[in-house]
Write a protein that binds this ligand. Structure first.
Ligand code: PLP
Length: 402
């Protein structure tokens, strides 16, 4: 039977060391540095006793490809160690991680408190479709509510879900205050931690119960993988999650798990550079007349800067930009269409820069998003920031010309 290396083994080590060591077991793989990819559905057993032993230790053994393989165990062990958790469940995408976490802890008649700034598909597909159909009621709350969340908790509230900074609008939540209020009332807390990744924020340390990562983004880091993870601190939570994942038939593919783990090895160096480049680009944009506001907690003027400094070890490369209300669609299109270094596309967290037009107001119900002008999201990649700024400068010239 495979032994999980406990996260506790890594507690004494610094994060960079954990990134380079967790989930590696060369002694099990002929000395290879990286755990190999196990393509497996069937696992065969030499004896009835061995088969029964594996069935009796379903989650720790290797007994069927969908339940877990040495490749998924290695990825999960590394993410667990980085978060300082007990166990992680890997899933085939970030959204799969969001829905699995929510479905694991909610049932008919339950109430969910969901931040108004949550990732769109979690709101539209999961809360308003799947959960509503299952008889779970969702109330959206102001992401800046802090300890005031206590007033929204009802007897049937089972989960409070956070995402910090929020998708598209980048509000930083007071995670310890919300987690504290929830814990006092026996409510499970979860957070989508994708913006920071476990390298920049470890929400279990802030009192959160369940931590979701779209490993598709920074953990994988190369825009070629779909992968998710959910990390917890107790065996009870792990079993709920794992049973739900199995019931969905959700299993991450072995090549994606391998690439996710390989990407994770360079997470710290990539994120340091993303932050350095993004800070340069964001500060430059912040000084431009065409720009009304840059939404990036790492900037000193950002309303979330204080909480970000308190709870995060740095910033990633993703932020929002609001343009002035007078900017029309043709001018906005001229700016975006001519960009040479920012690809226009969904997702982020890869090594390359991206731009995406946004309309945050469309998805608000608990709070109002009043900005009327065009807005966009930038992912600042690992290119030279001077070239990125020059590309954006030309874009703003095109915008002004129309
Ligand atoms: C904050 C956040 N969470 C979750 C997801 C979903 O991840 P995936 O695309 O891997 O399903 C995304 C994707 O953009 C995201 O931005």
């Amino acid at each position: 039977m495979m032994e999980f290396a406990l996260a506790g083994d890594f507690m004494a080590r610094k994060r960079d060391t954990v990134i380079a060591t967790a989930g590696r077991h060369p002694e099990d793989h002929h000395g290879t540095v990286n755990p190999p990819v196990h393509h497996a559905s069937t696992i065969v057993f030499p004896t009835l006793a061995a088969y029964e032993d594996a069935q009796n230790n379903l989650f720790e053994s290797v007994n069927y490809g969908r339940i877990g393989t040495p490749t998924s165990h290695a990825f999960e062990e590394a993410v667990t160690a980085l978060h300082g958790g007990l166990k992680t469940v890997s899933l085939p995408s970030g959204l799969s991680a969001c829905v699995t976490a929510l479905m694991a802890f909610l049932e008919t008649g339950d109430h969910l408190l969901m931040c108004d700034s949550v990732y769109g598909p979690t709101r539209l597909r999961v809360c308003e479709h799947l959960l509503a159909r299952s008889g779970v009621e969702t109330t959206y709350y102001d992401p800046l509510i802090g300890a005031g969340i206590a007033e929204l908790i009802r007897p049937e509230t089972k989960v409070i879900y956070m995402e910090s900074p929020g998708s598209l609008t980048f509000e930083v939540q007071d995670v310890p205050a919300i987690a504290g209020a929830a814990r006092d009332r026996g409510v499970v807390t979860m957070i989508d931690n994708t913006w920071a990744s476990p390298f920049l924020c470890r929400p279990l340390e802030l009192g959160v119960d369940v931590v979701i990562e779209a490993a598709t983004k920074y953990i994988s880091g190369h825009s070629d993988v779909m992968l998710g993870s959910v990390t917890v601190a107790t065996d009870e939570h792990f079993r709920k999650l794992k049973w739900t994942a199995i019931s969905f038939g959700a299993a991450a593919g072995p090549d994606d798990l391998y690439l996710g783990l390989r990407g994770l090895r360079t997470l710290s160096v990539r994120l340091e550079r993303h932050q350095r480049n993004a800070l340069r680009v964001a500060a430059w944009l912040d000084g431009r007349a065409e720009v009304e506001r840059v939404l990036y907690p790492a900037l000193t003027g950002d309303p979330g800067h204080g909480l970000w400094q308190r709870d995060f070890d740095g910033a990633s490369g993703l932020f929002g930009v609001l343009l002035g209300e007078g900017v029309g669609k043709p001018a906005f299109a001229a700016m975006i269409d001519g960009l040479e270094l920012f690809g226009l596309g969904n997702s982020w967290g890869g090594y390359e820069s991206l731009v995406l037009p946004t309309r945050p107001g469309r998805m608000r119900t608990a709070t109002e998003w009043t900005h009327e002008g065009p807005s966009f999201r930038l992912h600042v990649g690992l290119e030279d920031p001077d070239d990125l700024i020059a590309d954006l400068e030309k874009g703003l010239e095109r915008l002004r010309a129309l």
